[in-house]
Design a protein around this ligand. Structure first.
Ligand code: GDP
Length: 469
């Protein structure tokens, strides 16, 4: 894994652009590129200082491939910690490929996904959680996910873990020392101090574990199920929200016609809207399947928006039907927030709207808002409500937030071990048994920052990166 043979990859997206950047890293990379580059001022690339830029041409034999700008970074002062050359060339796919092929023919290997960042980790330029934050940063699509990734990349989270781990390690060595003197019944590690440390570690672990709920929704978006019959105005509502927020939408691949997913960024937070059909009581077999699907979708959501087409409410019995549907959703989703929206209010009289709202408010505890998706009225209220769902307090206080499922698992495992240590201490169990739990806790804390790694773990993490990063 500590191989630092020269590797090459395109660092910018594949396809045509104004310019493209090709990155080369590893032993001898400057020496390998140097013979193919003729600088305009006649300088030899190999003789140049670190962190310098050079204009010239790349030659394949007699043939000029492109006019390029080359940057040189010498180890250890580079992203990977190795010698790095970055070639900014013209952005034609042909030129990019010609240059990459030229160097592949001359002893440089094509990089695998994430290999540059893997090397940065292996060369001690960043710890594992910082390396993972690089991938999150590249994938961040909202201001909040960006904020969390930046924070993690700057090491906020790993510093905290690392400090705890060091303190724990100190105690571990004292306790291990006791094992060497087990005949003599000595105690080098003060049990009271030790317990205080473990309790401090526990509270930090708990805080980090709790922050995952927020971190996870910020990273992956808050799933919102919209329940509404055909023509209730679901698509119109989503489009209206989109225009309002000038947000990014994407149709998530693999969704079917009966459940369309859209991602919309509102106030810096990604919401994933899942469109579902209604859930009216029915004997029709096909519809029953549809209803089951709706409930499955509701299960995945954190918020359920129940959309009512106000123009169809001709009698109280129709409202009653909606009430019983809302109650059915309530019963099946005690942990979720439900928001009732009365739509198409542009087609109903003020008096009627008031009556309907009064009726709903009297019979259900959920919040009810009235909107016109078509005229875009009431949407500000709705978006404010959506944003309130997320307790962003932790974000504004700049607290550390865990957004990575692997860290979450490791924190959980570490907490389990530290809890075992506390109960062991309370029961007065022997040092050798306590030492086992301490080793476990150290192991799981080390897994986060990368002091403890396996090739499989690294393979899994870096395979999720793009090539060139
Ligand atoms: P979906 O089947 O739930 O996605 O419903 P659509 O969004 O396709 O809307 C069905 C019809 O209702 C369309 O003709 C919309 O223009 C109309 N519609 C949606 N929202 C409103 C609204 O607030 N007011 C009025 N007057 N019509 C609306």
């Amino acid at each position: 894994m500590t191989n630092n043979d020269p590797i090459i990859a395109l660092a910018t997206p594949s396809g045509v652009g104004a310019i493209a950047v090709i990155r080369i890293s590893g032993n001898e990379s400057i020496r390998l590129v140097s013979p193919f580059f003729k600088s305009k001022s006649g300088k030899i690339l190999l003789d140049q200082k670190s962190h310098t830029l050079h204009l010239g041409h790349i030659y394949d034999g007699e043939r000029i491939l492109d006019e390029v700008l080359i940057s040189v970074f010498k180890n250890p002062y580079s992203y990977t910690g190795e010698d790095v050359v970055e070639i900014s060339c013209h952005g034609s796919v042909y030129i990019q490929q010609e240059i990459i092929q030229l160097f592949i023919k001359n002893g440089i290997r094509h990089a695998s996904p994430g290999e540059f960042t893997l090397r940065a980790f292996l060369n001690g330029k960043m710890d594992l959680s910082q390396a993972e934050a690089v991938a999150d940063l590249i994938a961040s699509d909202s201001s909040t996910s960006h904020q969390i990734a930046i924070q993690q990349m700057r090491g906020g989270f790993s510093n905290e873990i690392e400090e705890l781990r060091t303190q724990l390690l100190n105690f571990a060595s004292l306790i291990e020392l006791e094992l060497d003197f087990s005949e003599e019944d000595v105690e080098f590690a003060d049990r009271r101090e030790f317990k205080a440390l473990i309790q401090k570690i526990n509270s930090v672990l708990k805080r980090l574990i709790d922050s995952f709920a927020l971190g996870n929704v910020i990273k992956n978006g808050i799933p919102v199920a919209i329940v509404g019959e055909p023509n209730a105005g679901k698509s119109t509502l989503l489009n209206a929200l989109l225009n309002e927020e000038k947000a990014i939408v994407s149709n998530i691949a693999g969704t079917t016609r009966d459940a369309i997913e859209d991602e919309i960024v509102i106030g810096g937070v990604t919401f994933r809207f899942i469109d579902t059909a209604g859930i009216r009581e029915t004997k029709d077999e096909i519809e029953t399947v549809g209803i089951q699907k709706t409930f499955q979708k509701i299960e995945q959501a954190q918020l359920v928006i129940y959309l009512i087409d106000g123009t169809t409410l001709k009698s109280e019995s129709q409202l009653e039907k909606h009430l019983s549907e809302i109650k059915r959703i309530e019963e099946r989703s005690t942990q979720k927030k439900i928001l009732v929206l009365l739509n198409k209010t542009d087609q109903i009289s003020e008096k009627k709207i008031k009556e309907i709202l009064h009726f709903l408010n009297k019979n259900i505890t959920e919040e009810v808002l009235s909107i016109s998706a078509k005229d875009k009225t009431g949407l500000e209220n709705l978006t404010a409500h959506l944003q309130n769902l997320l307790n962003k307090g932790a974000l504004s206080n700049n607290q550390t937030i865990v957004s990575n499922a692997r860290h979450f698992d490791a924190l959980h495992n570490a907490l389990k071990s530290t809890k075992d240590i506390v109960s062991g201490l309370d029961k007065g169990i022997s040092s050798d048994l306590i030492a086992i739990d301490i080793r476990q806790a150290l192991f799981h804390l080390g897994e986060i920052t990368g002091q403890i790694t396996t090739d499989d773990l690294l393979g899994n993490i870096f395979a999720n990166f793009c090539i060139g990063k």
